[in-house]
Design a protein around this ligand. Structure first.
Ligand code: ZEM
Length: 291
């Protein structure tokens, strides 16, 4: 196929050092965001990695990051993916410099770089994804809908093969980034430090009082005190559902536990549906560690 042809053309098996170079370039681009959002492309790159992977269906072993099918319509146009053209465009810059990397490896490595460079835990990662075709894409509707309740969140994450605990840990990524009116229709950040990976998402969920925002947009909550933070209906259910609440409380109380569980769940998310060769995952080094 195309992937083999590309590999033969460069006639070279990339090493860990080569992937570290890609990681470094992504990390540089991420920081070079100027006035964009909160000054970092990290959150939107993380969202790309998540949406590329979160289409996985365990029962049929379809979807996931392997074929990077979001490059093609109609998946690129799925409502859930609104705004991710920004992230794909940045990744295309990197791809031009390192043409040997597959899009699935590139996008998931972008998620790893985003988490690590924004101060999060190390995410074990390995290459092995191959570029697929539009016909490998999964139907619309596999990613979670923020307007729904606890049952929907459980069902969507269980379909990917995740437990409630893993679902709660993964949602802690909302410590990062923000909602955009012109993308999802929702508006605002979840935390006061949207470019730093923390467990603030959980502490804020429990420590602030959340009230429905009175506005013309979709149903979302705002914190009563400052009215500058937001929660989606699916975020708020982590405080309402008994099982979700137990884990969310634990992550609010113990940042190290959250970092550990997020790392494990996110590493697994990035590998869903990917038939790897035997190689063990690597730990890529942050820019700071290479100074
Ligand atoms: Zn999100 N997410 N997400 N998420 N997400 C948004 C933004 C970001 C849900 C969701 O509907 C939305 C996970 C889980 C879930 C990130 C990472 C991860 C936005 C705002 C919405 C509406 C999009 C916009 O307007 O730009 C729902 C319903 C989820 C589960 C129930 C998981 C899991 C994630 C990673 C592990 C990130 C980083 C953002 C911020 C993007 C940005 O551009 O700032």
């Amino acid at each position: 196929g195309a992937a083999q042809a590309a590999k033969a053309a460069v006639n070279y098996t990339p090493t860990k050092a080569d992937y570290q170079k890609v990681y470094n370039r992504i990390a540089e681009i991420m920081d070079d965001a100027g006035e964009y959002d909160d000054g970092s492309y990290g959150p939107v790159l993380l969202r790309l990695a998540w949406h590329a992977s979160g289409t996985y269906d365990k029962a049929t072993n379809t979807g996931g990051s392997n074929y990077a099918t979001m490059r093609f319509d109609p998946e690129a146009l799925h409502a859930a993916n609104a705004g991710l053209a920004v992230a794909r465009g940045l990744m295309d810059q990197v791809k031009r410099e390192f043409p040997w990397i597959s899009y699935g490896d590139l996008w998931t490595l972008g998620g790893v770089a985003a988490v690590q460079e924004m101060g999060g835990p190390k995410i074990p990662w390995r290459p092995g994804r191959i570029d697929g075709y539009a016909r490998d894409a999964t139907p619309d509707g596999r990613l979670p809908d923020a307007a729904q309740g606890a049952g929907h969140v459980k069902e969507i994450f269980a379909r990917m093969g995740f437990t409630d605990q893993e679902a709660v840990a993964l949602c802690g990524a909302h410590a990062l980034g923000r909602c955009h009116r012109d993308r999802s229709g929702y508006d605002g950040p979840w935390t006061f430090s949207p470019t730093t990976f923390t467990n603030d998402y959980y502490t804020l969920l429990f420590d602030e009082s959340w009230v429905w925002k009175k506005w013309g947009g979709p149903k979302q909550l705002e914190d009563k005190k400052t009215r500058s933070l937001m929660m989606l209906p699916t975020d708020y259910v982590l405080t309402q559902d008994t099982h979700f609440k137990k884990h969310a409380k634990a992550y609010a109380a113990d940042s190290a536990l959250f970092f550990r569980d997020f790392s494990a769940a996110f590493a697994r998310l990035l590998e869903l549906g990917v038939p790897f060769a035997a190689a063990e995952p690597w730990e890529m080094r942050s820019l700071d560690e290479q100074k």
